[in-house]
Design a protein around this ligand. Structure first.
Ligand SMILES: Cc1cc2nc3c(=O)[nH]c(=O)nc-3n(C[C@H](O)[C@H](O)[C@H](O)COP(=O)(O)OP(=O)(O)OC[C@H]3O[C@@H](n4cnc5c(N)ncnc54)[C@H](O)[C@@H]3O)c2cc1C
Length: 433
C-alpha cells in the first residue's frame, strides 16, 4: 500500500487501509478497519493526519468547486480543493484568502480542521474566522449543515477539530477583496529581541501582514536578531511587473540530514546579512506567502530520519521573557533551525474549541531529528512553555506529552463530546489516552 506521510515524516505510522474518496460518503464503513480519519494533503508536521492500523479517507479527489460569487466573494468547494486552486480561480477576479498558512498546498478541509493562521493574524484572525458554513458527514450516515447559527456547537468543535468530528464534504468561506496579485513589502533588520518587540509593535499598527525571521543561534546582546517582514496587498496601479512561477525540486533523500550545526550557523549568519529593502518593493503573492513551496519536496533535505517542528504560543504578559528563555535553551543546545519564525497573534477570538491561535506570541522552529538529543531539548522547551502557560500547535507536533496538550487546550474534554465515535488519529490517542 502506498504510504501517506505527514510533511516532516514523523512519526512513522501505517494505516491498514486508504480509501480515495470520490463522493460525499464514508465508504465500506462496516468493513473498513477502524478508526477512520480524513487525510487532506499531509502538509501537517506530525500525526494529526495519521492513523496507524486504521483507515485514512484521502480527500484528494474531492477537488471540485461548487459556487463562487464574484460580487460578494463567497466561495464554496469540496474539502480536498487546495488553497493553490482557490487562488488560481479567485485572484484574477480580485479576491484573496482572508487567512492563509505558509503553504498553498494545504487543502481547505485541512486548513479548517487545524484552524490555520497566517501573517495577518493580528489584523484578520485565523482561517476559522472566515468560514461561513460546511457540511459534515458522520459515520452514522447523518449529514449536518453547520453554520455559526446552525449546529453552532458542532461548528465550533469542527473548526480546529483535528478531523475528529467526521468528514467535511464541502466548505464555504468569505474571501477578501484585493486589487491585483501583487504585494507591497518592506523589510527591516533588528539587532536583538528587545529591538524586535519595539519594531513589531509599531509595524502592527500600520501593516496587515507582519512576520519575523530570527537567527536562533545568536546569543548575548545579539540574541533574537533577525529581519521583520511587513506587507500589504498592492494598490490599484496600471504598471505591474510580469510574474513567472519558478519551481525547483529536491531530487532524492540524502543519506544524512543536510541541516547540521555548520550549515545552520553559516545560513543564519548569511541570511541575517542579506541586503534588505527598507524602502519597499513589489512582490507577487506566491513568493511572498509561500516561499518554501518554490522548492518541491524540500522536506527531503533532512534525510530519511525526518525532522520536527516546534511551534508554541506564549501569553502576552510573559512572551518577552519566555521567548528569551527558549532562545537561550536552543542556542545552548547548538541545535537550531533555518526557519525560525516569530509572530504575534492579535486579540480576535478564534472560533474553534481547540484553536491554537490566541493572543500572544508564536515561535516556530524546525529541528533535524537527532533522536534523544533533540527530544531532550524539547523537554527543556516544554518546561518553559508550560511554566509560561503556553501551548504547542497540534498541526506541528509529533511528540508533545499529554500533560502539555491538556494544559494548553483546557476545552479538550468538552470537545471530546463532539468526536465521531468511529474517528480517531494517532495524535489524539497519544495526547489523551
Ligand atoms: C511549508 C509549510 C508552511 C506552513 N505554514 C503554516 C502557517 O503559516 N500557519 C499554519 O497554521 N499552518 C501552517 N502549516 C501547516 C498546514 O497549513 C496545516 O497542517 C494544514 O492543516 C495542512 O493541510 P492538509 O490539507 O495538508 O491537511 P492534512 O495535514 O492532511 O490534515 C490535517 C488535519 O485536517 C484533517 N482533515 C483534512 N481533510 C479533512 C476533511 N475533508 N474532513 C475532516 N478533516 C479533515 C485531518 O484529519 C487532519 O487532522 C504549514 C505547512 C507547511 C508544509
Amino acid at each position: 500500500m502506498s504510504q501517506l506521510l505527514s510533511w516532516n515524516r514523523l512519526p512513522q505510522c501505517s494505516p491498514d487501509k486508504i480509501y480515495t474518496l470520490t463522493e460525499y460518503a464514508i465508504p465500506g464503513l462496516a468493513h473498513a478497519p477502524h478508526p477512520l480519519l480524513a487525510y487532506g494533503n499531509g502538509r501537517s508536521y506530525g500525526d494529526v493526519c495519521l492513523n496507524d492500523r486504521g483507515t485514512l479517507l484521502h480527500t484528494c479527489a474531492l477537488d471540485r468547486f461548487i459556487s463562487f460569487d464574484r460580487t460578494s466573494g463567497v466561495l464554496r468547494c469540496e474539502s480536498g480543493v487546495t488553497l493553490q486552486s482557490i487562488l488560481q480561480l479567485v485572484v484574477p477576479h480580485g479576491w484573496f484568502l482572508a487567512s492563509t498558512p505558509g503553504t498553498q498546498y494545504a487543502t481547505i478541509g485541512g486548513a479548517l480542521a487545524n484552524d490555520v493562521h497566517g501573517k495577518n493574524h493580528h489584523a484578520h484572525g485565523s482561517f476559522g474566522n472566515h468560514v461561513r458554513a460546511f457540511e459534515l458527514i458522520r459515520s452514522t450516515g447523518e449529514v449536518l449543515l453547520c453554520r455559526p447559527d446552525q449546529n453552532a456547537e458542532m461548528f465550533r468543535a469542527t473548526i480546529a477539530g483535528l478531523g475528529l468530528t467526521g468528514l467535511l464534504s464541502w466548505v464555504e468561506i468569505q474571501l477578501m477583496p484585493v486589487n491585483n496579485p501583487w504585494m507591497w513589502v518592506e523589510a527591516q533588520r533588528f539587532s536583538n529581541l528587545e529591538h524586535f518587540w519595539q519594531l513589531n509593535k509599531e509595524a502592527e499598527q500600520h501593516w496587515p501582514y507582519t512576520v519575523a525571521w530570527i537567527d536562533c543561534l545568536a546569543s548575548g546582546n545579539a540574541q533574537g536578531r533577525g529581519i521583520l517582514f511587513t506587507g500589504k496587498h498592492a494598490a490599484n496601479q496600471t504598471h505591474l511587473p510580469s510574474y513567472k512561477a519558478r519551481s525547483k525540486r529536491v531530487p532524492f533523500d540524502p543519506p544524512i540530514s543536510l541541516v547540521n550545526r555548520l550549515s545552520l550557523r553559516s545560513f543564519n549568519a548569511l541570511y541575517y546579512r542579506q541586503p534588505v529593502k527598507p524602502q519597499g518593493s513589489l512582490c507577487h503573492y506566491a513568493p511572498y506567502f509561500y516561499p518554501l513551496d518554490a522548492i518541491q519536496d524540500w522536506n527531503r533535505i533532512y534525510g530519511h530520519k525526518g525532522f520536527y517542528q516546534y511551534q508554541c504560543v506564549l501569553p502576552p504578559e510573559v512572551a518577552s521573557e519566555a521567548t528569551a528563555q527558549l532562545l537561550d535553551a536552543i542556542a545552548q543546545s547548538g541545535q537550531g533551525s533555518f526557519l525560525a519564525v516569530l509572530k504575534t497573534f492579535g486579540s480576535q477570538e478564534s472560533v474553534g474549541m481547540l484553536s491554537f491561535a490566541r493572543p500572544g506570541t508564536t515561535l516556530a522552529l524546525d529541528f533535524p531529528n537527532l533522536g534523544n538529543k533533540t527530544l531532550q531539548l524539547f523537554h527543556r522547551l516544554d518546561a518553559i512553555v508550560s511554566e509560561a502557560g503556553g501551548a504547542l500547535y497540534p498541526a506541528k507536533d509529533a511528540r508533545m506529552p499529554a500533560s502539555l496538550f491538556q494544559s494548553g487546550f483546557p476545552n479538550w474534554e468538552r470537545f471530546s463530546d463532539f468526536i465521531d465515535p468511529a474517528f480517531s488519529s494517532h495524535f489524539w490517542r497519544r495526547v489523551t489516552l
